[in-house]
Ligand binder design. Structure first.
Ligand SMILES: Cc1cc2nc3c(=O)[nH]c(=O)nc-3n(C[C@H](O)[C@H](O)[C@H](O)COP(=O)(O)OP(=O)(O)OC[C@H]3O[C@@H](n4cnc5c(N)ncnc54)[C@H](O)[C@@H]3O)c2cc1C
Length: 473
């Protein structure tokens, strides 16, 4: 529906009789708004995780901070909630909101990136993607704390924590944030950093998209010309001995190394390396932030496990955004997750009873990410979430391309998490939680109370509908 047609509509009907969604479109100037029934609505409401069926009152696609502000102001005046998304990698939990009264604000057109090589800082818009940031930073010999897939958005990843290859050495990505520009519930665009709106800035670093729409993020980059990264692959029949050895090594490993251990079941399809395609395998990928000589020493205990494939080498940081082989582009996925403490022999037995050699399951990935190191302690400049509870992050994921596959994948992921529950810390890393969860259970009591107070101060009417909601105190 064009702005012109809205204007005509508002002229011929009294204001109250016009559908509020139509009034919204008329109130936001040139910002593109898709309403149910419009030809572009279905495409606009479809996010990265295509298994998630969201039917919001409207979808807004702002291209500037001023447009974001206009959308938030008009939406809240009309009594709508506002749900910001940059890609929809964690769209699943949004189903808990009353979407008939929610405007989905898609930020993917706001993807600008500026790198300052002199200060080693990035300034990116609220809908930027990690793959683009990594490439732009890499051109200046700088690295960023990106996620395991190039099309994960900076927005949700940074606001919810952000961990991957450098995490045990450099900590959670959100702790490297130095400032944000954010549109608040009344439409005002402000800057929050370590000196202004400090409590809001604290809450944004781990408290998710509950407090406003971030239109720009500023964060530190790291002068890394190369890293020692790659993957090792074993046959599924080696899972027992490899997982036991890795689980014993991981908690005491030097902090320069961060790894992820997976049972992978990937199809034999274009883009999937031959070493992992078409059959279940054990795959460990990771990075060592050290020179080649030191990296060899750090990797020695893993090489003693005689991998069939070993690709670890000194490479530019911008070349490893696809190392983890995550699916890119719109993908239907389901999954479940838990944070785990030390993994005993019984824990490995439980893991392998679900996904080891000879088991029948639908998970394309059953993952254990190595935590500890810098993730084990609170970051001195960190916010609401700056450490990870536990020694391992468990994540089971399945392709949910049909309702049957979704149901089976969900069950298998739930079963995996249930089997590992004796070793669970009782918390989840919310960025990996694909379904609505009890959000407060995943923060410390003091952090949760502060988050709810910041929500009361900045969004008392609960305008913002986040994937993992923090209610006003
Ligand atoms: C394939 C895949 C790989 C992943 N790899 C990693 C990984 O290596 N490490 C890791 O830590 N996590 C990883 N994740 C999890 C990821 O961090 C979350 O899915 C995260 O929410 C993605 O952010 P997004 O902006 O792309 O997603 P979205 O679904 O768009 O956003 C999630 C939520 O963040 C908020 N939000 C997003 N942008 C903004 C904004 N500009 N302003 C205000 N609120 C905003 C909203 O509340 C939104 O509901 C991965 C997920 C997938 C599916």
């Amino acid at each position: 529906m064009t702005l012109q047609s809205h204007t005509v509509l508002t002229e011929v009907r009294s204001e109250d009789s016009v559908d509020p969604a139509v009034r919204l479109a008329a109130m936001v100037g040139s910002t593109v708004i898709h309403l149910p029934g419009d030809s572009g609505y279905d495409e606009a409401r479809t996010l990265w995780n295509t298994a998630v069926d969201l039917r919001p009152a409207a979808v807004a696609e702002p291209t500037t901070a001023a447009e974001v502000s206009a959308v938030v102001t008009a939406s809240s005046q009309l009594g709508y909630q506002v749900a910001p998304v940059s890609t929809g990698h964690n769209a699943g939990p949004l189903v808990q909101h009353d979407l008939a009264s929610t405007v989905l604000v898609k930020l993917d057109a706001m993807n600008g990136i500026e790198i300052n090589p002199l200060t080693a800082m990035a300034r990116v818009q609220g809908g930027a993607l990690w793959g683009d940031v990594t490439e732009a930073a890499g051109r200046h010999g700088l690295a960023c704390l990106h996620g395991s897939s190039p099309d994960v958005g900076v927005g949700g990843y940074l606001l919810g924590g952000g961990i991957f290859l450098y995490a045990r050495r450099l900590g959670m990505a959100t702790s490297g944030l130095t400032a944000v520009e954010i549109v608040l519930a009344d439409g005002e665009l402000i800057r929050a950093d370590h000196t202004q709106h400090q409590s809001l800035f604290w809450a944004l670093r781990g408290g998710g998209g509950n407090f406003g729409i971030v239109t720009a993020f500023e964060f530190s980059l790291y002068p890394l010309e190369t890293v020692h990264a790659g993957m090792m692959v074993w046959d599924i029949d080696d899972a027992d001995r490899v997982l036991r050895a890795w689980a014993e090594w991981a908690p005491t490993a030097p902090h320069e190394i961060t790894t992820s251990m997976r049972i992978l079941n990937l199809p034999d399809a274009p883009g999937i390396p031959e070493s992992v395609a078409g059959r279940p395998v054990v795959c460990m990928d990771g990075a060592v932030l050290a020179d080649k000589k030191r990296a060899r020493r750090v990797l020695a205990p893993l090489r003693e496990l005689s991998p069939r494939t070993d690709t670890f080498a000194q490479v530019p940081p911008s070349s490893i955004t696809r190392l983890h082989m995550d699916p890119e582009g719109p993908t239907p996925v389901t999954g479940d997750t838990a944070l785990l403490g030390r993994l005993t022999d019984e824990a490995i037995d439980a893991f392998l009873s679900q996904v080891g050699a000879g088991t029948e399951h639908s998970l394309h990935s059953a993952e254990l990410r190595q935590l500890g190191g810098a993730l084990a302690r609170k970051h001195p400049d960190g916010g609401a979430l700056s450490r990870m509870d536990g020694s391992f992050l468990l994540f089971g994921a399945a392709i949910a391309d049909t309702p049957e596959n979704e149901a089976r994948g969900k069950k298998d992921a739930n079963d995996l998490v249930r089997a590992m529950s004796p070793w669970s810390t009782g918390r989840q890393y919310l960025n990996f939680a694909e379904e609505p969860v009890d959000v407060g259970d995943n923060y410390g009591a003091r952090e949760w109370l502060t988050l709810t107070r910041v929500k009361s101060a900045y969004d008392p009417e609960n305008v913002f509908a986040a994937n993992h909601p923090v209610p006003p105190a």
